[in-house]
Design a protein around this ligand. Sequence first.
Ligand code: ASP
Length: 585
Amino acid sequence: MYRTNTCGELNISNVGQTVTLAGWVQRSRDLGGMTFIDLRDRYGITQLAFNMETNADLCQQARRLGREFVVQASGKVIERSSKNSKIPTGEIEIEVTELVVLNAAKTPPFTIEDLSDGGDDLRMKYRYLDLRRNPVRRNLELRHRMAMLVRNYLSNLDFLEIETPMLIKSTPEGARDFVVPSRMNPGEFYALPQSPQQYKQLLMVAGMDRYFQIVRCFRDEDLRADRQPEFTQIDCEMSFVEQEDVLQTFEGLAKHLFKEVKNLDFEQFPRITWHEAMRRFGSDKPDVRFGMEFVELNDVAKGHGFGLFDNAELVVGICAPGCAEYTRKQLDALTDFVKRPQVGAGGLVYVKCNADGSFKSSVDKFFSQDDLKAIAAKMEAKAGDLLLILCGPAMKTRVQLCALRLEMAQQLGLRDPNKFAPLWVVDFPLLEWDDETQRYYAMHHPFTAPKPEDEALLDQPDRWGDIRANAYDIVINGVEVGGGSIRIHDRTLQNKMFHTLGFSDEQAAAQFGFLMDAFTYGAPPHAGLAFGFDRLCSLFGGADSIRDFIAFPKNNSGRDVMSGSPSPIADAQLEELCISVKKNS
Ligand code: ASP
C-alpha cells in the first residue's frame, strides 16, 4: 500500500497509530536537532518530524529533500509540542521511521502557495503546478460539486443526460464556427458545436421530453476579456412547457445551488422585461445588488437653453449617494471615464446636492438653483448626493450611463462578491438590426419563437424591431449566467423566420433542412435554456475570472501556452486533408 492515510485527515485521535503517507514536499525547516517537513497532497498538509539524535541518517536524508519532491513516509502519529490551530492536522506530526523518495523534482518556477509569486503567464505555462495550489484546486472542487448538484437535481426531475455530437454541420448564424477538416471527405468540413441547440430540439422531436447535458461548446470569437473559445454549458430542453414552467424549473435549480453551496435562501427571483431593464439600468444584464437606477429627466432638463439637453432624445441620470464632496479631480476623472472610446459619451453633467441645501453644477449658466432643485427632486436626491447626467440618442445614452453606474458602484464598494442578486430578464426583442450588414439578426437564435401576440408583425418589415420574443435570461450580479427561449415548433413559422433573416428557401433548406424536416414529423411544443457553467462557478466562487475555474484554460489570445496550441501541422498532414496553406517566406 502506498499510503494508509491522506495528508489531510490525521488528528489527535490517531495518536499512537503507525501510518504511511505520500505526497509533495511543501517546505522543510531545519532546526538543528530536528527537521520538519510539510507533506502536502490534495487533502491537506501533515508535518513530518525527523530527529537528529534518534535517527541521524534519516534526518540527513530528509534535509536533502527539495521542494515538490514526491515522497512516501512511514512512522508513528505523535502529539505535537507546538500546535498549529490553523490546519486540521495541526495537533499531530509523524515521527518518521522510513522515508522513500518516489520522485525528485526541479525547483518549481513559482511557489506553490496560496499567494503565489508566479505571474499569470508563468502560472498558465506550468498549469499543472498552479493546480497544486489550494485556491485553484478549491475552485475545481467547487466546480465538481456544482456539476454533481446539477446532475442530481435535474435527474431527479426526469431530465436525461444525453450526449450530442461534437463534429457537426457548420451554420452561418451566431458566432464564428471552429471548423474541422474531414480527411475522408476532401474539401469538406465539420464544425465544433457553438451549442447543441439543434440537436436538443431534435431530441424533443424524438420524444425524450426532458434533456440536459453538461457540455463543451466552441465559439471562434474575438476574445474579449475573460471569454474562452471553449466553454461549458448546462444545456437543457423540455417538451410540453410554457415559459412559466421553464422559469420555475431553472429558478429551482439556481435556488438549489444557492442553498447547497452558499446556504442562501431566495424568494421568487424578480422578473423584468428587456425594455424595463434597458430603461432602468441601460443593460439587459443589470446588476441589481445596488440601486442608482436611471431617472429620465427630459421634462425637467429641457427648455433651459442648454443646447445639448434641448437637442437630445434623452436626458438621463443617476444619483450617486453621498458623493457631493467629490473633488474637481474626481469629477474630471469621471468625465474622462465616460469619454473613453469604450464608453463613448460626449461629456458628463454633474449636480452636487450640497449639505446646506444649495446646488453646484457644471451647467450653472443655464440652470437656476430652483431648476436644479427640480432635477434633484425628480431624482429623489438627498443633501450630500451627486447627480451624474448624460444625454443623447436614447439607447446609446442608456448604455453609456450603465457603464458609469457600474463604475460608481465599484468606487463605492457596492459590488460585493458575497452578495447575490438574481433576476430574470424576459421579453427580449426577437430581432436585432445590424448597421454594418444592413439586416436583422436573431437576437437569441433563429429558433426562438416570437410572442404569439407579436407574430403578425413578421408581415410588417418596418415593425420587425418591435417584435418581442419568448426569450429569457437569468442574470446574477450583472452577469448573464443563462438564457433560453420558447422554440418555434411549427415549420411554417420557422420558414417565415428564416425569410425574415434573409435566407432564401434554398439556403434555409441547405443549412437547416434536417431540422425543418423533423418539424414535419410531429414536433412537440418545446423550450429550453442553457447556463454558462464556467461563469456560474466563478460567480459562486466569488471570483471575476472564469479561467481559474477551468483546469486548462486558454489565454486571452486563445492560446494554450502550456502545450503550445494552436500550432502548425506537418505538410503531410495538410496534404492528407487536402489543405494548402499560404506560407510566409
Ligand atoms: N443554445 C442557446 C445558447 O447557447 C441556449 C438556449 O436557447 O437554450 O445560448
